[in-house]
Structures are given as C-alpha cells and as structure tokens.
Design a protein around this ligand. Structure first.
Ligand code: F7E
Length: 358
C-alpha cells in the first residue's frame, strides 16, 4: 500500500483523480486543502472511504509543504492545485506565479531533500503553446505563452526538467489540453455554457421569462477532452519506468460556437444564429427569444486562437486512449446540469473532517 499526496482535490482533476485511485488501487490518499473559513467541498462530498484523508497544506507556503512531506513521506505527489483560470491571470499575475510555479519548486526541493524516491506529477497546459506555430501541437512545439497563466506553466515545466536532470528525480510534466466534465467550475466556458443552457431549457419548459447569458470570443478553437479520461493516463505515466514529458489531448479541435450548438442540441433546443460582420452583434435565438449574446467583458487581453493537440506518442507509450468523444462529453455535461437543477437543495452541505498529520 502506497501513500499519495494529491493537491487540488476540491477541483475537477484532483477530485476525479481521488475517485480513480480509490476505485483502481489500494493506496492511501492524502488530499490537500487550504484552510478557508468557508469550505468548498462540493466535488468530494460524496467520497466516503477510509483511505481518503484530507490534510491542510498551503502550496504557496514552503514550510507547509516541507512539514507535510516530512511527516507523510509520500510515494507519489500529484500536483493538480493551481490558479487555473487563464482570464484571471492578468488580474493576479503574481499570485498565479506563486501558486503555479513557486509551489512546483517548493515540492521539488522538498522531494530532493526529504523524500528523493517520491514520484512527482506536475500539471502542464496547452496554454504553454499559446501563439501556436503549427497544428496539431505535439511535445516538440515551443513555449509561446500568451498569458501570465501560460508563462507560469512554461516556467514550471522548465523547473521540472532541471530537477529531473540535475537530481535524477522521477518528476514528470504533462501538457494537458482542455479537459472538462461534470465537476468543472462554472467560470470555464464549457460549464458556463452547459449550466446556462440547462437553466434556459427549464425556463422555456416552465413558460418562464428567459434570461440570456453572455460569452466572449466564440470563435476560439479548443481541443476538449473528458477529465475523467485524463486522470487514468496521468496515473499510467506516474508508473512508467522512466520520467519524461507528455501531451494529453483529444486530437480534435472545435470552436466555442460548436460547443454552444452541441449543448443546445443535447438539451433539445432548436436554435438560430443572428450574425452580422461585427462579431459583437452575434446572438443565439431560441423560439424567437435571445438566449445568448456577446460581451466584450469576456474577451481576453491576448487570446490563444487555436489549440489542437497531437497525443499520438503519449497514447503509444502508455497504451491508452480516451473513451469519451467530444459529442458525448457535451451531452454528459448538459444532462448533468439539467439533473442538478431538478435536485437542487440549498441546505446540502456535507463537510469533511480535516486530519492533522503533523
Ligand atoms: O476558455 C473563450 C476563451 O476559460 C476557453 C483551463 O483549464 O484549459 C483551460 O483554459 C476559450 C477561450 O479555458 C468565454 O476566450 C469565450 O478562448 O474555458 P476557458 P482556457 O482558457 O482554454 C487550459 C488547457 C488550462 O490549462 C486552463 O487551466 O473560451 N471564451 N467566452 C470564454 N471563456 C470563458 N471562461 N468565459 C467566457 O464567457
């Protein structure tokens, strides 16, 4: 039985990783949370297993990492915690770097000093490719970030390489293209779309007034996969003989606009686009009513226009491939959001005890 520290367990990827490991291994999982006066345990509230323990660990505090690494002596550290919202990284560039880059260095230092056989996973991002030079993008594509977030992930990638090569650590950095699912935060465009389409579907079915929602650049192209598929691949790469860099992607690209269209189709809404030469005029119409409009507010200072991954090599090395198609992913997210509206209970607040491991 091994000991695994997973950071970011209240987020999408961390919570999916916990579920995957509880279902597929015998290991003990220490999920890290930051001390907050209001807890955010929505994504893990249904996990009931003695092998899953919550611990207080602040990834921006080196001492907090040292204390936990020394006390647990983990076999694996899977670092999913991040300031992961690209749009916010222009407002909080320093916090973005502290959370996404310095923390990686703190982990690598702690592993080097106290636990050198521990295997470390660093979550990279296709935002590292940014202003892309070619399509589809593979691991050889250069770092050309367009946001403080992308730059923070490039820096983390370089640090992982330096520590891997200098100290012979099993440290891997995997570049993940966009990955979504039912536990995705509503600030990201996919869940923003599916939760609003679900709400609007209910409003229309109940004969209520429809309140439109707003989006930014719907012509941006992304390579979207299911986060639940990716966590399996992450576990496989952590158990390979040698550490290296990887790319995970669906090997397809779609516009945000296509995501909107598939969401409407999944909810059974018949839509029409209203478009002029000015993209800010674009509107989405259902039953003669506007359900979505464009707002400049959601445009970014610099956009990554086209992400389209090539994970052929990773698939061969790991003998892995994703199970969920783009269409099925959208359908699953829309259906889940419709179900959540049916079952909404404002008093549902199932909280965890946090262990003191120190
Ligand atoms: O934006 C456009 C937006 O915020 C996707 C993170 O997991 O994947 C994610 O980063 C696209 C962008 O994700 C809205 O401009 C239009 O072109 O869902 P997103 P992201 O920025 O691609 C990468 C791989 C990560 O590593 C990140 O951590 O959608 N877009 N209208 C919008 N985006 C948002 N959020 N909201 C809008 O209203």
């Amino acid at each position: 039985m091994k000991k695994i520290i997973i950071t970011g367990v209240t987020g999408q990827d961390g919570s999916n990783m916990v579920r995957y490991l509880l279902n597929n291994t015998e290991h003990i999982i220490y999920g890290t949370v930051r001390r907050l006066s209001v807890t955010n345990h929505e994504n893990i509230k249904d996990i009931k297993d003695e092998r899953f323990k919550l611990i207080n660990l602040d990834i921006t505090d080196q001492q907090s990492i040292i204390n936990n690494v020394k006390s647990i002596m983990p076999d694996y550290i899977i670092n999913f915690a991040a300031q992961s919202f690209v749009g916010e990284s222009w407002n909080t560039p320093i916090q973005t770097f502290t959370t996404n880059t310095l923390s990686v260095m703190y982990f690598l230092e702690s592993i080097k000093e106290y636990c050198p056989t521990c295997r470390f996973y660093s979550a990279g991002s296709s935002e590292e490719f940014g202003d892309v030079e070619y399509v589809p993008q593979d691991i050889k594509h250069p770092c050309r970030p367009r946001s403080p977030y992308g730059a923070s992930k490039c820096s983390a990638r370089h640090l992982v390489k330096v520590y891997r090569e200098s100290y012979n650590l099993f440290a891997i950095h995997c570049i993940l293209f966009n990955h979504e699912g039912i536990r995705r935060g509503k600030e990201f465009v996919t869940r923003k779309i599916t939760s609003n389409i679900a709400r609007i579907k209910k409003e229309i079915d109940n004969g209520e007034k429809v309140t439109p929602f707003e989006l930014g650049n719907i012509y941006a192209k992304r390579d979207w996969s299911d986060s639940e598929d990716f966590v399996e691949a992450v576990w496989l790469m952590l158990n390979m003989k040698e550490p290296r860099e990887y790319v995970l992607s669906s090997n397809e690209t779609h516009t945000v606009k296509e995501f909107v269209e598939l969401s409407c189709q999944s909810a059974g809404l018949k839509y029409q686009w209203f478009e002029t030469i000015n993209e800010l005029d674009t509107k989405l119409i259902v039953n003669g009513e506007v359900i979505m409009k464009i707002s400049k507010k959601f445009y970014r200072p610099a956009e990554v226009d086209l992400l389209y991954g090539d994970s052929t090599e990773t698939r061969q090395i790991l003998n892995w491939k994703p199970k969920v198609s783009f269409k099925d992913l959208v359908y699953k997210m829309v259906m889940n959001d419709i179900k959540l509206l049916d079952n909404y209970n404002p008093n549902d607040n199932n909280l965890y005890n946090i262990e003191n491991t120190l």
